[in-house]
Design a protein around this ligand. Sequence first.
Ligand SMILES: *[C@@H]1O[C@H](CO)[C@@H](O)[C@H](O)[C@H]1NC(C)=O
Ligand SMILES: *[C@@H]1O[C@H](CO)[C@@H](O)[C@H](O)[C@H]1NC(C)=O
Ligand SMILES: *[C@@H]1O[C@H](CO)[C@@H](O)[C@H](O)[C@H]1NC(C)=O
Length: 459
Amino acid sequence: MMTRRIMQKKWRLGLSIALWLVSVHLICAHSEKSPTALSIKEGSDDHSKGEETLLEDEDSEDMEVFRPTDKWQILKPGQAVPAGSHVRLNLQTGQREVKMGEEESHKYWRDGNGPGMMNTHSPSFTAEELKEALKMFKEGMDDPVDTKQDGDAVRAQFRPIEELKKDMEALDMLVETDVQVMRRLLNQFNNTNSTTEERITALHDLEYLVHQVDNAQNLVSMGGMQLVINVLNSTDIRLQESAAFVLGSAVSSNPSVQVEAIEGGALQKLLTLLATQRPITVKKKALFAVASLLRHFPFAQSHFLKLGGVQVLSELFQTPGTEPLRVRIITVLYDMIIEKELISQVGMDLIPDSSHQERLRQYAEVSLLPVLVEQGWCSLVPELLASPEHDCREKALRTLLAMMAQCQTQYKQNPALTASLSELQKQYQELVLTEQDVGEQDGYFAEILELVDSMVVKM
Ligand SMILES: *[C@@H]1O[C@H](CO)[C@@H](O)[C@H](O)[C@H]1NC(C)=O
Ligand SMILES: *[C@@H]1O[C@H](CO)[C@@H](O)[C@H](O)[C@H]1NC(C)=O
Ligand SMILES: *[C@@H]1O[C@H](CO)[C@@H](O)[C@H](O)[C@H]1NC(C)=O
């Protein structure tokens, strides 16, 4: 029994290595363009931040960020994978597939003790064993994850990439590491002989890689960050767009990379993209990058205020044709307001340490609300209530509430706002009834109604 269990484990490990091996082969054979198919994304605690994820929700809709579930789904070219997801190459179809990371299995990777868990001491495989596993695989074995609902098999499938790499090195296999891939992509991007197409392709592949915290830091240490920042003001709009995309992904939840981007002058260039005439696709990515750059980074937020960022966003909000960007814009502002509020609330239950004091001090310098009032946001945000979309209304309501203290007088003098609130109140009271009919007590509409009611009461 014991032996069988070990054998099973070994076989599964062999299979996952084989899977990986085949991926490597496929990549070498077919596609210089998708060198990253073999990357298994590991979760990172850094990424579990974002308490206020309004903008992230938004990103996943239009900013081509893939929303993984607990099932494998096909990843389309150009889609970004959130950190913590699992990525694999489906060998039958040649397509990349993604599913949600499991906190559980990460835990097991770290301290593989206990029944049925993975052995994290990298077991070594002989070339024979690997060949055998590969052969069985080629003979049409189905992927164990799909056929067996066995937790062990699932975990075996997701051994940390580092461990797999170690196994590969032990076999003297030539494997291109992420660092090597990035070096190659940066050379392709930086080479004056490359066509614009080739440079854009390199950026897209880089974007995929920099979701991993380490890779984003490698981008900085390899000098790639500055190259990316430099093309934000290129004359080619596709390069502007792709560069903003890489930048936004690289700085997401990655404080040290945020610092580098700010020091490299990224914010000024992104604001220029937002302030001047550009296609909406470029503006979307630039806004995504700005949001990622500002999140949890009070220094960048102060800088944003000094550079006139709020004014840039106000003008963008009011420019005809940019309606699809409006929710994203208020989400950036809302996130900043709430972040500062949360940090001061946290301060009340914590024993203050010096780093917390420092954060408080930095946030104290971000004086956003007065600037919002000055730039007319007390009357701009209510405009969004006219949107037919629940999501848009919800974000508008939250932002209106967040600005209540500063905007109350203006709200009261705004007959259009009073009218839309009572209209919304009626609508959502009815919608809540339909929700309750299907047995939902605290549904989405109830949540929105609560926001509307709260607005009405406070006005
Ligand atoms: C660009 O192409 C020319 C001619 O093909 C070649 O001599 C040169 O080394 C190339 N430059 C780079 C940086 O690869
Ligand atoms: C980009 O190319 C220039 C010269 O063409 C070189 O000096 C620079 O080091 C390269 N940068 C990177 C990050 O490869
Ligand atoms: C981009 O900006 C840099 C300095 O910020 C400037 O030196 C460069 O000429 C600009 N490039 C273009 C294409 O405008």
